[in-house]
Design a binder for this molecule. Structure first.
Ligand code: 7PJ
Length: 279
């Protein structure tokens, strides 16, 4: 498998754990201080994640949490493009655009994004073509259903096999459209149309997903699977549980971990890396 990911000229060494910091550019993520305040706050947060060791900053303008409503194209562009431009001018970090809209992918890459993170795995109309044009790495994530309804009644006969086949099909579609193998990453999509049991099976059998031989990205940070395991702990109380889950995922073969709390995650992965290097 390819161990070097070329993100529009910025190289990521996937033989080491790489941390993707989450930067939500949605207005509800900020206190109500207007557009400039929001932009400033976003850049500050990105600077801090970079200082703490994030190799990638994932910029998202549309919430994909369960129950979230869609946002318009213009609204999403207005939220993410100024952030990407500012980050690109200031930090040598890889910028990832978290979107499923083809127009946002194009504009984001023009503004300096070096990676596309699509929770719809390029299933939206025109998304495969846009990703081919953008010619940057793309993370294909599995989701059953759509954010508004996905946690209603998730069902699988075998969650790991079904997600693996889904990802294989999406990879094949991308390759047929002209994308390169070295450009593709996969993500089983923890929490996206999955019960706690599904998420636990997926994490336990993550090596079945890494067997696809594409770099695996995972995101469990602050997710409700942690809250449930920790006796309904609210979002602010899920850090240590998230660190444990993330470290297990890296140990089982994940290459990139998507998290809110970069510093603590980097520490945990340093320990895991030191132990793994003894092999
Ligand atoms: C994920 C994501 C994930 C990838 C979100 C949240 C929900 N992208 N975007 N993987 N989750 N690739 O962060 O709680 O797991 S949004």
């Amino acid at each position: 498998m390819n161990k070097r990911l070329d993100c529009a000229g910025k190289l990521l060494d996937l033989s080491l754990p790489q941390v993707m910091g989450i930067l939500n550019s949605t207005p509800d993520s900020f206190s109500d201080g207007g557009v400039f305040f929001a932009l400033d706050a976003a850049i500050d947060q990105a600077r801090q994640m970079y200082r703490e060791g994030a190799a990638i900053i994932d910029v998202g303008g549309e919430s994909t949490r369960p129950g979230a409503e869609p946002v318009s194209l213009q609204e999403e562009l207005d939220r993410v493009i100024p952030v990407i431009e500012a980050l690109h001018a200031e930090l040598p970090v890889v910028i990832s655009i978290d979107t499923s809209k083809p127009e946002v992918m194009r504009e984001a890459v023009k503004a300096g994004a070096g990676m596309i993170n699509d929770v719809y795995a390029l299933r939206r109309k025109g998304a495969v073509a846009a990703a081919v044009e953008c010619n940057v790495p793309v993370c294909l994530m599995h989701m059953q259903g759509e954010p508004r309804l996905m946690q209603k009644q998730p069902h699988y006969d075998d969650v790991v096999d079904e997600i693996k086949s889904f990802l294989r099909r999406r990879i094949d579609i991308c390759l047929e459209a002209g994308m390169r193998c070295e450009q593709l990453l996969v993500d089983p999509g923890f929490g996206f149309g999955k019960t706690l049991q599904h998420n636990l099976q997926l994490l336990n059998r993550l090596p079945d997903i890494t067997a696809l031989e594409f770099p695996v990205l995972v995101g469990m940070s602050r997710k409700s699977m942690l809250g449930v395991l920790l006796d309904e702990r609210p979002v602010q109380g899920r850090l240590y549980g998230g660190i444990a889950a993330t470290t297990i995922a890296w140990w089982l073969g994940a290459s990139i971990v998507r998290v809110h709390d970069v510093g603590p995650t980097v520490d945990a992965l340093k320990i895991a890396t030191a132990v793994k290097q003894i092999d």
